[in-house]
Write a protein that binds this ligand. Structure first.
Ligand code: TRP
Length: 447
């Protein structure tokens, strides 16, 4: 049999996994969720969800991927032959595709804003004007679609170049850049007048703000942010070398992802309060509020250019991982060449991206369950498919997988110490599925 692709180095594999995790979820979705749900209060619930539940699901996915050496569907076929469990894998492939659809649209926006920053077209006179510009751009017939195409082509090219030469190399170059840019922007933001008020909003928890709705959004955000619940980490772990310490890797990836989300908050909230804008703006926070703020700073276009480069890099390394889930599935389960598999995914993803993009313009009146196509895909994937997928992944690993096999894989056949193994088993068997189930039931309004 042909030898399976692997990541070359430990650093490369961590960069690729962190690249998948750190994305628009951290820099665009997280501050907006935190702003809407009371800042510090949301932060605490979020950190609990991501450090406990996100970590547990991630390690469970790492196990599935490396033990089976398969894509997200193949993993269940190998570990539970002739059973229904492979449906979980299909859930993942479909989720990857659907997330790709709306993610490529927002990724495309980052390119437009990069472009506008250098050409100096980002300027406007008031928040209203920024909002209007954003609205007329996103509802345009062609421009956003052009950027979706550009973004999809870049993704296509990286995925086509393969696991080592494409994904690993791109992540190893781009992730350090991202960290440098993050730190620079943080320092800049903290130097603004009145930045303390923003930090206070972000870090000072007001416990009266913690409602069931806050918990719910925090859980969905946690899974989305660390890319778990749909087999993305199964696919990546299938490229891990057998000597990799997976518990440590999971801790590193989740910790770095959480740090980046917090740093994004440290960039955005001081900037927002410093210019007297309400932090609970919603999804336009990053595309309307920030350009407005940057404009009022010296060298504003430069800062906004740097910021949107950051966002584009983060988006690219994440969308690559979504693409890879579907590509690996077609390549391995349907025996297609990587070229054919990637081409099908890119073309299909692009069509979906076009529909999502048009849902801000000509298709904005098309509503399913009261939501536009874009909002529907965001809601269905982040709030249903990921939590439910994550819950069943925990149930599978906790109840179906033989504990000896689980322990052998997670300790590299006993050569590593994993002292918290029994804690992990307890969490994956009881705690995670029960909490997720409660949250999902609540989400569906069943109690
Ligand atoms: N985690 C990425 C972000 O924060 C998005 C992402 C990439 C993702 N792969 C995923 C989300 C798999 C859910 C599942 O932006």
């Amino acid at each position: 049999m042909k030898q399976r692709a692997t990541f070359n180095s430990k650093l490369g594999l961590i960069m690729a996994s962190v690249g998948s995790a750190v994305g628009l979820g951290n820099i665009w979705r997280f501050p907006c969720e935190a702003g809407e749900h009371g800042g510090g209060a949301f932060l605490i619930v979020y950190v609990f969800c991501v450090m406990i539940l996100g970590m547990v699901v991630m390690l469970a996915e790492f196990f599935l991927g490396r033990a089976s050496q398969q894509d997200s569907v193949g993993a269940f076929k190998i570990l539970a032959p002739r059973s229904m469990w492979k449906i979980l894998g299909y859930n993942g492939v479909i989720a990857a595709f659907l997330i790709f659809g709306f993610y490529s649209v927002v990724s495309g926006w980052t390119l437009e804003y990069m472009y506008q920053s250098i050409t100096g077209n980002l300027n406007a006179n008031s928040v209203e004007e920024f909002t209007e510009n954003f609205g007329s751009f996103t509802s345009d017939m062609f421009r956003p679609i052009l950027w979706v195409l550009v973004f999809t082509l870049i993704t296509h090219f990286v995925v086509l170049s393969g696991v080592k030469k494409g994904i690993e190399r791109a992540s190893k170059i781009m992730m350090p850049m991202l960290f440098v840019i993050l730190i620079i922007l943080c320092i800049r933001s903290l130097m603004l007048p009145n930045s303390l008020a923003g930090l206070k909003f972000f870090f000072n928890p007001d416990f009266s703000k913690i409602t069931s709705g806050v918990v719910l959004s925090a859980l969905g955000q946690a899974f989305f942010s660390v890319s778990v619940g749909m087999g993305c980490m199964i696919t990546y772990a299938s490229y891990f070398h057998k000597s990799i310490n997976m518990p440590n890797t999971a801790v590193s990836v989740v910790t770095i992802d959480t740090l980046v989300a917090i740093l994004a908050g440290v960039i955005i909230f001081p900037a927002v309060t410093s210019f007297g804008i309400s932090p609970s703006q919603g999804p336009t926070l990053v595309f309307v509020t920030l350009p407005n703020i940057f404009q009022q700073m010296p060298f504003g276009s430069l800062w906004s250019f740097i910021f949107f480069v950051l966002l584009a890099i983060a988006a690219l390394t994440s969308i690559i991982s979504l693409h890879e889930v579907a590509t690996a599935y077609l390549h391995e389960q349907h025996r297609m060449s990587r070229f054919k598999a990637a081409t099908i995914v890119s073309s299909g993803g692009f069509v979906l991206g076009v529909i999502c993009s048009l849902s801000f313009g000509v298709l904005s009146h098309v509503k399913i369950l009261g939501l536009t196509v874009f909002d529907l895909l965001d809601f269905v994937t982040a709030n249903l498919m990921l939590p439910i997928g994550g819950m069943f992944i925990c149930i599978f690993v906790g109840w179906r997988v033989n504990k000896k096999v689980l322990k052998a894989e997670l300790t590299n056949n006993g050569t590593l110490k994993f002292r918290l193994f029994s804690v992990f088993v307890f969490l994956v068997k009881y705690v995670a599925p029960i909490i997720i189930a409660l949250v999902c039931i609540k989400q569906l309004g069943l109690f």
